[in-house]
Design a protein around this ligand. Structure first.
Ligand code: GDP
Ligand code: K
Ligand code: MG
Length: 298
């Protein structure tokens, strides 16, 4: 009798900002490990989400969307695409079902054409679409690039996501798992908790505010016997005026950020949570190498 084969490897999630890469990662894992919002550049780090079954382990690599200054668009596209695409076994190229292929996507497709790993087209947000439009979209992308597979899904509802996971696993090489079978991600719990605070800033504020914010965890204490995790976090902004916005009228905004984030963190940690938030002006953090490192952005 032969041993059943086990497959393992890496799959990159690439595509424009807001196509639903992070939503898909959470849906694949059946648990929220990365934050999402309707704003571009919500995701700032490369994060791995690990899906282990009886016969395979797929390490999905979520990436920041491809976002570029107009003038440097092509070079940036190439760099960003190549770095995400390098060293993986499969590339999942996500697009939105209800949008025509964009200029950025066409440029990215040219890069992907040179990838050695197989490229699968994932057409997301089919919940927003009529069937005949989907067929037209499949034809348009199919003409632009020869994809190994075209898989329509709704990352939000989960439609097609299990099938996608099976299709991806089929492209992985035979080999043992990279991570223990109960490990969900490569980032620490504290990082995810900080992200869940930042997510609420992205969801509840507008204009430049979300982009001026970083979140650090100052204390994370499990109180044994009390089934309570006590967390202190700081929301860093770049300017005094932004601090005012985060705090809001009589503290209303900070309170809303805190209560929404606490609910998400409680689900994630599966525990009651006491969350204390501070707001601090860290002038120019987004330009300071030292601060960037301190805040978790290398
Ligand atoms: P990312 O920037 O590619 O990581 O995109 P996100 O995962 O942050 O999602 C961007 C927005 O698209 C969020 O508002 C999501 O709720 C929404 N979204 C993601 N997937 C779907 C989907 O399948 N259907 C619909 N209707 N919205 C979706
Ligand atoms: K987003
Ligand atoms: Mg994202």
């Amino acid at each position: 009798m032969t041993e059943p084969t086990f497959r393992s490897g890496f799959a990159a999630l690439v595509g424009r900002p807001n196509v639903g890469k992070s939503t898909l990662l959470n849906q694949l894992l059946g648990e929220k490990v990365v934050i999402t919002s309707d704003k571009p550049q919500t995701t700032r780090n490369r994060i791995q989400g690990i899906l282990t079954t009886d016969s395979s382990q797929t390490v999905f690599v979520d990436t920041p969307g491809i976002h570029v200054a107009r003038s440097r668009i092509n070079r940036m596209m190439v760099e960003s695409a190549l770095s995400a695409v390098r060293d993986v076994d499969v590339v999942l190229f996500l697009v939105e079902a209800d949008a025509e292929p964009s200029r950025e996507e066409k440029a990215l497709l040219e890069v992907l054409a040179k990838a050695t790993a197989p490229v699968l087209l994932v057409i997301n947000k089919i919940d927003r679409l009529a069937k005949d439009t989907l067929l037209a979209r499949i034809a348009a992308y199919g003409a632009a690039h020869s994809f190994r597979e075209i898989v329509p899904i709704s990352a939000l509802s989960g439609d097609g996501v299990e099938l996608l996971a099976r299709v991806v696993a089929g492209y992985l090489p035979e080999g043992p798992p990279y991570f223990p079978d109960d490990q969900l991600t490569d980032v620490p719990e504290r990082f995810i908790v900080a992200e869940m605070v930042r997510e609420q800033v992205f969801r509840l504020t507008r204009d430049e505010i979300p982009y001026a914010v970083a979140v650090t965890i100052d204390a994370f204490t499990e109180r044994p016997g009390q089934e309570l995790v006590a967390i202190s976090a700081t929301i860093h902004v770049e300017r005094d005026s932004q601090k005012g916005v985060i705090i809001g009228q009589r503290g209303a905004m900070l309170k809303k950020i805190g209560s929404n984030a606490r609910r998400e963190i409680e689900k994630f940690l599966n525990s009651r949570v006491f969350l204390e938030l501070f707001v601090r002006v860290s002038h120019g953090w987004s330009e300071s190498p030292g601060k960037l490192k301190e805040f978790g952005y290398e």
